[in-house]
Ligand binder design. Structure first.
Ligand code: NAD
Length: 283
């Protein structure tokens, strides 16, 4: 039976570490890290995520403010806000909650964020630095996954890591981080042939497809580590991952639950990125 990777308690630990550093910045430099969140529309998921981020900021002592707009906001208005926030020293991090309404050109808006305040690590410059292994702000979810493996002393070097999903948010940056940690990486996506055959070879499987129950328990190699990033609604309305948890748990050595696995880590790493951004800005 697999050991459960408790993302909630690791995230709590990370937040305590961040809080310590936030307190230190306040007493030594009289600086309070600040995070600006831009929220457009009233999508229930987005509103909940933003509320959780705000709460995490409160927990660790980061000043945060949500700039809310109705879904018919003009692109120009959002652009003006981003430019203002870039120059506002109160905010060390800027986050635009995705998804934005289709009318809005999300990429061109994101690209206006000052790269030093890009706490989601989604700008081409920060992604590029990840490719060449330079210091930068890296995306929170993949960072959270690497941190979970580290805190559970799960070795990555030499491991065959199979990642399902090639998004800019999760799969691609994670592959780069895994390569930097000396893993052998296989990327899978919707056009991959024989997904079960590849998953069966994984020492570490990361499922980030957003497809309920895509990964069958019998695909998991005996003793493999299973990281489930997926956040799906089951027919009963419960939150569930991409992996058939009950069956996979019997074969895996370690497994993340959904909820309580990768999710809380993403927010903890956002807090950490905001701290890092602040430290670099006052350096
Ligand atoms: P996305 O839709 O942008 O990308 C999904 C990827 O999965 C694509 O590359 C696609 O090719 C691949 N894919 C989809 N169906 C597949 C299939 N049947 N077989 C093989 N590959 C398939 O999604 P995303 O933004 O990367 O998010 C993925 C999932 O992770 C979603 O459920 C999302 O809610 C969740 N997520 C969770 C967190 C967290 O903090 N826990 C953070 C980000 C995303």
């Amino acid at each position: 039976m697999a050991q459960i990777i408790d993302g909630k308690s690791v995230a709590l630990q990370i937040k305590l570490e961040v809080k310590e550093q936030v307190d230190r910045l306040r007493s030594e430099y009289k600086v309070i890290p600040g995070l600006a969140v831009v929220l457009v529309g009233d999508d229930v998921g987005s509103v909940t995520y933003v509320r959780n981020k705000q709460k995490a900021c409160d927990d660790v002592g980061i000043h945060s403010r949500t700039f809310s707009f109705s879904s018919d906001v003009e692109q120009k208005e959002l652009e003006i806000l981003i430019l203002e926030l870039n120059h506002n020293a109160q905010y060390n991090g800027i986050l635009v909650q995705m998804p934005l309404p289709k009318r809005i050109d999300s990429r061109s808006l994101l690209n206006m964020i000052d790269e030093h305040k890009d706490v989601d690590g989604l700008l081409p410059s920060n992604m590029g630095r990840l490719v060449i292994g330079e210091e930068a702000l890296y995306p929170c979810t993949p960072l959270g996954i690497m941190m979970l493996l580290q805190r559970y002393s799960i070795p990555v070097s030499g491991a065959h890591v199979v990642i399902i999903g090639r998004s800019t948010l999760v799969g691609k940056p994670l592959a780069l981080m895994m390569l930097a940690a000396n893993a052998t990486v296989t990327m899978c996506h919707t056009k991959t042939r024989d997904l079960p055959g590849i998953v069966k070879q994984a020492d570490i499987l990361v499922a980030a497809a957003g497809r309920l129950g895509l990964v069958k328990g019998e695909w998991i190699k005996q003793g493999a580590v299973v990281i489930d990033v997926g956040m799906n609604r089951s027919p009963g309305g419960k939150l569930a991952g991409d992996v058939e948890f009950e069956q996979a748990e019997k074969r895996a050595s370690f497994i993340t639950p959904v909820p309580g696995g990768v999710g809380p880590m993403t927010i903890a790493m956002l807090m950490r990125n905001t701290l890092i951004a602040t430290e670099r800005q006052i350096r």
